[in-house]
Write a protein that binds this ligand. Sequence first.
Ligand SMILES: Cc1cc2nc3c(=O)[nH]c(=O)nc-3n(C[C@H](O)[C@H](O)[C@H](O)COP(=O)(O)OP(=O)(O)OC[C@H]3O[C@@H](n4cnc5c(N)ncnc54)[C@H](O)[C@@H]3O)c2cc1C
Length: 476
Amino acid sequence: MENKTNTADVIIFGAGPSGLAGAHELVIHDKKIIIFEKDKQVGGISKTVKFKDCYFDLGGHRFFTKSKRVNKLWNKTLGDNFLKRPRLSRIYYRNKFFNYPIKPLNAFKGLGLINSIQILFSYLLIKLFPYKKEDTFEEWTSNRFGKKLYKIFFKTYTEKLWGIPCTEIQAEWVAQRIKGLSLLSAVKNALLPDKKSKIKTLINEFKYPKYGPGMMYNKMTEDIKQMGGKIYTETEVLKINHTNFTVDSVTVKNKNAEAIEEVFYAKNFLSSMPITTLVKRLSPSAPEEVIQAANNLTYRSFIAISVILKAPNPFPDTWIYIHSPEVKMGRIQNFKNWSPHMVTNDEQVALGLEYFCTENDELWNMKDEDLIKLGLEELEKIHLGKKETFVDGFVARVPKAYPVYDRTYNKNLEVVKNYLDKFKNLQPIGRYGMFKYNNMDHSILTGIYASENILGKEHNIWQVNADQEYHEQTKK
Ligand SMILES: Cc1cc2nc3c(=O)[nH]c(=O)nc-3n(C[C@H](O)[C@H](O)[C@H](O)COP(=O)(O)OP(=O)(O)OC[C@H]3O[C@@H](n4cnc5c(N)ncnc54)[C@H](O)[C@@H]3O)c2cc1C
């Protein structure tokens, strides 16, 4: 039965950056909104977890955007608490640090004369005999850096991240991330630095909230509530009820309310839950071929092993890419360097040890204490920390963090998109919500534009982040 408390103009699934930004846009236009968030905390992947006086991101979250609109929202939300921070992030490979993006002199010095000569020859060879097609990560990157440098600087890390061979990963992903960069352009840039390309490739400052990204999204939540929006945490959207491609209600369940499901009604719906889940929660069900296409879309997940060490700050980087093949670890975040306010105790450091995996694989299912043990052992193995300095820690498993751009994803996503496009009042938004490698600013823009569509505009939200201008050249 409909009543006043379970109706809204717009219902939003998920209180990550996209859902919150969408809600914010709607409440400033006097719309009645309700957000359902499955987690006990808002912020989605961009939340910050407070643990024993230290603040931990799930992966470090750099605030960088070319969108004036997103910048304005971020600045307005946090004011002076939105700090400007220096960036240093390097690659760690066989006990040495290398600059990222690659600086030729630094790379050649670190790799030694023989490797450097091999790199130059392999670069010349690929220039003479390039791959004719550039469909895969391996083809695209080898054509720009030569096979030798590709193997050292790109292959191991990328395969740790995606869990599939570089010959299976579509070039589209890397072309977005490191557009315009090649061994030649890196050498040119080193010899004749030009201001413009410096801006594109080496952004060495970024904005960051005093207490991590969670601070931004907690404040946005407060602002939305103050303007009349409702946000129910620990409440999962289980069913999306529709007739003739019009959604009329959702069935939700609060984690703490034993076995009670409730139905909420609205005129419009925004969904930032995984697009693959959305399709399967429609009632009546989507056609079999749409479900099948959704089942063929896969995500990569990651585990953040967060540890507090009683030790001096081990390195000046905000984060380090671990290319060394002898460990499973993919990246290390050093939160004191992200913001000094993240760790209040001067004698301690807070590190996030990141492992990429697939939901329910061996790593995912390991016990928390075994994961912490593995993280500390690997940290010691690569000489970046000592086991005996461990004070405390916790493990966060982050499902579906990376949509996998494999050979068939485009075809499958098209099937799902075409079906969802038929719905008159349901829009998918965000990162896993659209199966798109969206950063926070892209995710936020999809939320804002989808809300503006409800208010009468006609944005094609799938165009956000299709324009490669949006990207800065980085590896994440
Ligand atoms: C390791 C890593 C590092 C990153 N670093 C950066 C960075 O440096 N800079 C940057 O700009 N971006 C970064 N990103 C991207 C950024 O995290 C995402 O773009 C952003 O969080 C996506 O926002 P979203 O709202 O789409 O989704 P999410 O943040 O995933 O939020 C979705 C929310 O929906 C909720 N939900 C899911 N299913 C349901 C359901 N059935 N019912 C109710 N709620 C549900 C979830 O609990 C979640 O809170 C990074 C991502 C990763 C994985």
